[in-house]
Each structure stands twice: as structure tokens, then as C-alpha cells.
Design a protein around this ligand. Structure first.
Ligand code: ADP
Ligand code: MG
Length: 705
């Protein structure tokens, strides 16, 4: 048992008042595990309970709260049963109102909000066929103790976690949690940006006073939010800068300017490199000459030809006798790289091998022997490469494809696998990504990486034509696709894979596979999904490449990097469920040859405004950079990068676009402090150093404390 006054930021939340092991598990689903996490569990928005209107007086177009009684539930289906709709009629003394849900758990709702019960409702009031309506309102059972008129925080919830529970926990523990906040506000006060102590900021945000500006609160724009945002930015900026110094102090091997292997390879490439490809190759070449390990990210839209650049850049390293590792996020992709690069490597005398989870045990043993004996020049693989027994003789270069799938930690593990120490040096690192990371973001998140950008597409590519189709026009769409098939082209049909409903989606894909087999009678239709074994997937993919299959129905496993230039149609089903970057990635599977390609986005009715905007954006532009910017605006940096999985720094409330002025201020401040005291060893900076190390030391692999 941890006694009260000993609460630490890392104390598990079970030790907070009102949190048992059961609740702790539920919080864990929201990534709230420690006391510090709980403090940072910033309300999503706030409920104005200072004024509760009667339904009659609710103003259309505004967000308001009101209390009403549940009158009836009515469920119906839309779209030939593919989607359900729930309408709930509520009333007060004088008037009625309808609540509409497109996603709901009927049983749970009826239990929690029984007919006849009073409910507190909050949301935007709309008018629909003459009756007031709220779509997906916030709801809570209403009881009399709620009558206090104040501003109430609304926390993000998960199954089995109720507003009231979270609020109670916050109320009971807030005082103690605030004690965790160390007084680092000096860094801010001196600058004069936000003159609030961090402690006051958290207090205000979890328990706002009655006279607070609700709009600022709801947009996370209050000075109190800004104070916390600044804090988040500041310590990361500090950490990234220190990391950069530490990296720059490392040494790597230098090369002998012998590029004959590279020139030989260039003469064999069947096409001309684009200007941007050449430039990226030169930038990498320059990094090799610095005597320090390269840390470079190559950003290029899907289909821009990153693989060949990576391969060519590996040749000068291989020529020096070092080994190269190339890590891809999926077996399909690793296999594809292996096939292509082996073809290029063979005539050059470069030995290329493949190691994945499905490599047979016997084969693996042999391969590992060859690897440690230095007989393999380029080893391509999946995360199978980072298992502990995979040892190189002398690893000189690590290439990571489609970076956003791998985290900092995996990066580090692979880099540390280097040589058994004949020549003492750190390997170079190249990360390839098709997710163009906006400048604002990459500075902030990958402060330690240099960046090469490939914007120019290979010659002769035609812009992909993108079109949104309604579910009802599916047949018309298939007729258009048939025309392409008649010309010998191929088509993808992709289904979203939403974790919770994996079974559903699999069912969708399987059903659609059946249906399409009858629609495209003259052609062969294949099915690919995540439940298949690596070998099965590869076999299907291979058949598709060999044109033995003409249509490929698949769950999102084809998303990353697959290259079949003869396919000219990409159909994305349930397109409204995908994020912009993901849609763009999928679209990038076509348009890889000289033929006109098409991307058809099939969307359901009842889309949100946001999903309509996403689909419009897709129709409007093929430019990955514009799409990335829009996506970042819509989703915010954390989700944009999928940071939770990737181990990349994630902000809890800071938003790089919205808060860009604070980001700049924090960068400036971090630089000022470090220029005066690069190691943060002055007394006045000890606290900052401690906080920085606590928060980022491990993730940024900083040495020294
Ligand atoms: P990505 O950047 O998405 O990884 P790939 O490396 O898979 O793209 O390249 C896509 C396709 O373009 C491949 O078939 C590749 O051979 C081809 N390609 C790459 N560079 C050029 C070029 N300069 N001219 C023509 N085709 C190219
Ligand atoms: Mg690729």
C-alpha cells in the first residue's frame, strides 16, 4: 500500500481514491495507467450546467444542455440492413425532441437510460422535419444532486467507464495529483508567454470556476490549456536538441570514395532517375563523408520510387565490405523488395537474402551462419530482423521502409545489432516513409533527423482519377471496372479492418468476394485477408502479380507498398471509415504504370461532415503533401502518426497546427537555455533536466542523467 503523501507520477492508478483493479483495467484501455496519466486526462470538452433550457427554448444551431424524460426507443435499418439507426424520443413538460444514433449498443442504452427516466442531454440542436433533433448527444442519467449550476468537465470514456465515475475520481484525487506537478514554471515566466503556474493550470482545467470562458475551454484554447501545451512542447524540444548534440558526437566509418559498384548499377537501371531521386542519393552520399552516422528520413509519395534510391545508396556501403539491413513492415512487402532487389543485386555480385517470420527453421540456421560470416551483403526482412539471435558480422547501414509502422525503440534495437567490432563505428540509418510529414511536425517529432524529399514522380505517370460512388451505384461502378478488365488491366477492392469488428469486415470481404466472382464472371477474383498465413498471402499476391487473378478483394493488408503496375483500379469500400492518409496510401497502389488509373471510393449514407470533407479532398487532389496537411488538421498529430503504437512522442493536449505559436516559442526558449548551459548542469536548470529526463530520456535514448 502506498501511503497518501508518497504519490509519485509513476504510481499506478489503483492507488488513487476510488480506483480499484477493475476500474484500473478500464482506464488502461484509454492508456491511463499512472497518477501522471490521470492528471493529464484532460477533459475533451465541458458541459454548461449553469443554464438548462426547456426544449421549447433551445436555439437551433447551438450546443446546449437540457433535461428530458425518455419516451421511446425506435431502431430501424438503413442501406439494406448494412447500417442501423436508433431514434430516441424525449420530452419535457411542453415539448418533444428526437435523439439520433448511428452507432449504438441498444441493450446497454436501454439499461442505462430506461424509458421514463430523466436524462441530462448535451449537443448541437438541429431541426429535422420540423422537430428538434440532436445527433449523437452526450447523455447522463439525471438525478437531483446534479442540480448544482456549474461548468462540468466531460472526459473521454470507454466501455464500462462512466462520466460520473471519472469525475468522482478526479474530484477525490485532484488535490493530491496537483502535488505531483513540479514547479518548472520559471522557464515560462522568464519568457513572459504564459504567466500561470502549471499547478494552477491543471486545477483550472479539471475544475473550472463558474465564470470561466466556456468557448475557450471547449477549444482547448484557454490560457490554462496553453500553459500545459507549452510545457509539453518545451520538454520535448529540449530533449530533441540534446539528442541531436549527443548523436552528432558519435562517429561512424568513412568511405573511400569508391563508387564503381554504384555506377555499374546505375547503368543497369531500366529507367532514368528523377531529379529528386538523384538529389536524395547525393544527399545520402554527402552524409557518408561526414564521419558521423547518418540519420536521414526519405519522404516520397507512394510510387515515387524510394526503393531504388535506398538500394543504390546501399552499394557504396556494401563495396566497403559492410552489411546492410532493410526492414519492411509486412511479409508481402519484404518479399517484394527481396524479389526486386535480388534481381538487381545478382549481376553486381551483391548477395541479397530474405528473413521473415515464415523462413523455415533449417533455412534460418544456415542464413544466420552466412550472416555472421559476412557472406550476406543485404538482408531484407520484417521485424524478424530484430530477434536477438540475428547477428551481423559488420552492419554498416540500416534501412527502414514505411517508417510509421516502426517505433524509435525498434529502430534502436536494429541499429545496436551492429558488428562484432572489427571497425568501431555506428551504422548509418535511412528511414523511408510515404506519409509526407508536414514540416511543422517533422521538426518537432523528428528533430534529430535530416530529411530528403522526393516530390517529382517518374516520367509518364498519369494523374489518378478519383471518384466517390454511393453504395446504390455499385453496379454502375462495376460496369466501368469491367471495361478496364477487358483491356487486360487489374483491380483491387479493399475493405477496412476496424479492430473491434474484425469478424464483420472479414465477413464483408468474403461476401464481396463471392458477389464479385459472379459480377465479373469472365475473370478470376481472389481474396486476401489478415487471418491468412504469410505463405498463403504471398501465394495470392504472386498470382495477382502474374495476372492469374484479375480482381483482388482484400482487407487493408495491401495498404502498404505493394507494387503491381498493371492494376489500374482501386476500389475502397466503406471509404468513409478511412482516414485521409490511409486513403491516399491505398490510392497509391494504382497509377504505377503508364496507363490511366482510377480510384473509386464507395461511401455510405449518413456520413459525418468530416468524412465528406475527406472524400472531397481525395477527389480534389493527388498531392500527398496537401493531403497530409489536411489530415493533420483533422486528426491532430498523435493520431496522424499513430504514435501510440509507434513509440513516437505523443502529446497529450498539444496540437502542432493549432498551437504552432507555442511550439515556436518553446523551441526558441529551449535553444536559449541550451546555448547558455548545453548540459543543463547549472543549479537553476537541474529541475528542468530532471523533468526532461523523466519524460523523454528513455524514449529519446538520451545518455546521462
Ligand atoms: P515507393 O516510393 O512507393 O516505395 P517504389 O519504390 O515501389 O515506390 O516504386 C514504384 C515503381 O516505380 C516501381 O515499379 C519502380 O520500379 C518504378 N520507378 C522508380 N523510379 C522510377 C523512375 N525514375 N522512372 C520510372 N519508374 C520508376
Ligand atoms: Mg515503398
Amino acid at each position: 500500500m502506498v501511503s497518501e503523501h508518497k504519490l509519485l507520477p509513476s504510481t499506478p492508478i489503483q492507488y488513487l481514491k476510488g480506483v480499484g483493479p477493475n476500474l484500473a483495467l478500464r482506464f488502461k484501455k484509454k492508456n491511463i495507467e499512472t497518477a501522471w496519466d490521470m492528471l493529464f486526462n484532460i477533459p475533451m470538452r465541458y458541459l454548461d450546467r449553469r443554464e438548462l433550457s426547456a426544449i421549447k427554448n433551445l436555439r437551433v444551431g447551438e450546443e446546449q444542455s437540457f433535461v428530458a424524460t425518455i419516451q421511446s426507443y425506435h431502431a430501424s435499418s438503413l442501406n439494406r440492413g448494412r447500417r442501423k439507426l436508433m431514434e430516441v424520443l424525449v420530452q419535457d413538460e411542453q415539448d418533444q425532441l428526437k435523439l439520433t444514433f448511428f452507432q449504438f449498443n441498444e441493450k446497454w442504452m436501454k439499461q442505462r437510460f430506461p424509458v421514463g427516466g430523466k436524462v441530462l442531454i448535451f449537443g448541437e440542436i438541429r431541426l429535422w422535419h420540423g422537430i428538434k433533433n440532436v445527433v449523437h448527444p452526450e447523455m447522463e442519467p439525471w438525478d437531483d444532486e446534479d442540480l448544482t449550476s456549474r461548468i462540468v468537465p466531460l472526459y473521454s470514456l470507454t466501455e464500462g467507464l462512466y462520466q460520473k465515475t471519472v469525475r468522482n475520481i478526479m474530484t477525490k484525487n485532484l488535490h493530491q495529483l496537483l502535488e505531483l506537478v513540479e514547479d518548472d514554471s520559471r522557464t515560462v515566466r522568464e519568457e513572459g508567454a504564459v504567466q500561470i503556474s502549471l499547478k494552477d493550470a491543471f486545477h483550472y482545467i479539471h475544475a473550472p470556476p463558474v465564470d470561466a470562458d466556456l468557448e475557450l475551454l471547449n477549444n482547448s484554447r484557454s490560457p490554462y490549456h496553453q500553459r500545459i501545451v507549452y510545457d509539453e512542447f518545451f520538454f520535448l524540444q529540449l530533449g530533441l536538441r540534446i539528442r541531436r548534440y549527443q548523436q552528432a558526437a558519435k562517429t561512424s566509418f568513412t568511405l573511400n570514395h569508391n563508387n564503381s559498384l554504384l555506377y555499374e548499377a546505375l547503368s543497369q537501371v531500366p529507367f532514368e532517375l528523377t531529379g529528386d531521386q538523384q538529389k536524395a542519393l547525393e544527399e545520402i552520399g554527402q552524409d557518408y563523408m561526414t564521419g558521423r552516422p547518418m540519420n536521414r528520413m526519405m519522404q516520397g509519395d507512394v510510387g515515387s520510387g524510394k526503393t531504388i534510391v535506398a538500394f543504390l545508396s546501399a552499394l557504396s556501403i556494401i563495396q566497403e565490405g559492410y552489411q546492410v539491413a532493410m526492414m519492411a513492415p509486412t511479409e508481402i512487402l519484404a518479399e517484394q523488395h527481396y524479389r526486386n532487389l535480388q534481381l538487381m543485386g545478382d549481376p553486381l555480385g551483391v548477395t541479397v537474402r530474405l528473413l521473415t517470420g515464415s523462413t523455415k527453421a533449417k533455412e534460418r540456421v544456415l542464413l544466420l551462419e552466412e550472416l555472421i560470416a559476412g557472406k550476406i551483403d543485404l538482408l531484407i526482412g520484417t521485424h524478424a530482423l530484430i530477434t536477438p539471435d540475428v547477428l551481423f558480422k559488420e552492419l554498416g547501414y540500416v534501412i527502414i521502409d514505411e517508417q510509421h509502422r516502426f517505433g524509435v525503440l525498434q529502430r534502436a534495437q536494429l541499429k545496436n545489432k551492429s558488428h562484432l567490432g572489427i571497425r568501431d563505428s555506428a551504422p548509418h540509418l535511412l528511414i523511408m516513409t510515404a506519409t509526407p510529414i508536414p514540416r511543422s511536425l517533422s521538426m518537432c517529432v523528428y528533430g534529430d533527423l535530416d530529411i530528403s524529399i522526393i516530390k517529382e514522380m517518374p516520367k509518364g505517370r498519369k494523374a489518378i482519377i478519383t471518384k466517390v460512388f454511393r453504395e446504390a451505384n455499385h453496379d454502375a461502378m462495376c460496369q466501368e471496372i469491367e471495361k478496364e478488365l477487358e483491356q487486360g488491366r487489374q483491380a483491387y477492392f479493399v475493405y477496412p479492418l476496424v479492430e473491434e469488428s474484425e469478424k464483420m469486415d472479414l465477413k464483408d470481404a468474403t461476401l464481396m468476394h463471392k458477389k464479385l466472382s459472379t459480377v465479373f464472371k469472365k475473370y478470376k477474383v481472389g481474396l486476401l485477408h489478415g487471418r491468412m498465413k504469410g505463405k498463403e498471402k504471398d501465394a495470392i499476391m504472386q498470382q495477382f502479380k502474374n495476372k492469374e487473378l484479375h480482381v483482388l478483394v482484400s482487407t487493408t493488408v495491401v495498404e502498404v507498398g505493394v507494387d503491381v503496375p498493371n492494376s489500374t483500379v482501386m476500389v475502397v469500400e466503406h471509404a468513409e471509415r478511412f482516414g485521409l492518409s490511409q486513403l491516399h496510401q491505398l490510392r497509391g497502389r494504382v497509377g504505377r504504370g503508364a496507363d490511366q488509373s482510377y480510384c473509386y471510393l464507395v461511401a455510405q449514407y449518413a456520413q459525418s461532415e468530416e468524412s465528406r470533407f475527406r472524400l472531397k479532398t481525395m477527389e480534389r487532389t493527388n498531392d500527398g503533401f496537401i493531403i497530409a496537411e489536411e489530415d493533420l488538421k483533422l486528426r491532430g498529430p498523435g493520431e496522424f502518426l499513430g504514435t501510440r503504437q509507434s513509440g513516437m512522442p505523443d502529446f497529450r493536449i498539444a496540437h502542432i497546427v493549432r498551437d504552432s505559436n507555442l511550439l515556436k516559442a518553446s523551441q526558441k526558449r529551449a535553444e536559449e537555455i541550451l546555448s547558455e548551459d548545453p548540459n543543463l548542469s547549472l543549479d537553476k536548470n537541474l529541475m528542468i533536466r530532471k523533468i526532461m529526463h523523466d519524460r523523454w530520456g528513455q524514449r529519446l535514448e538520451l545518455s546521462g542523467v
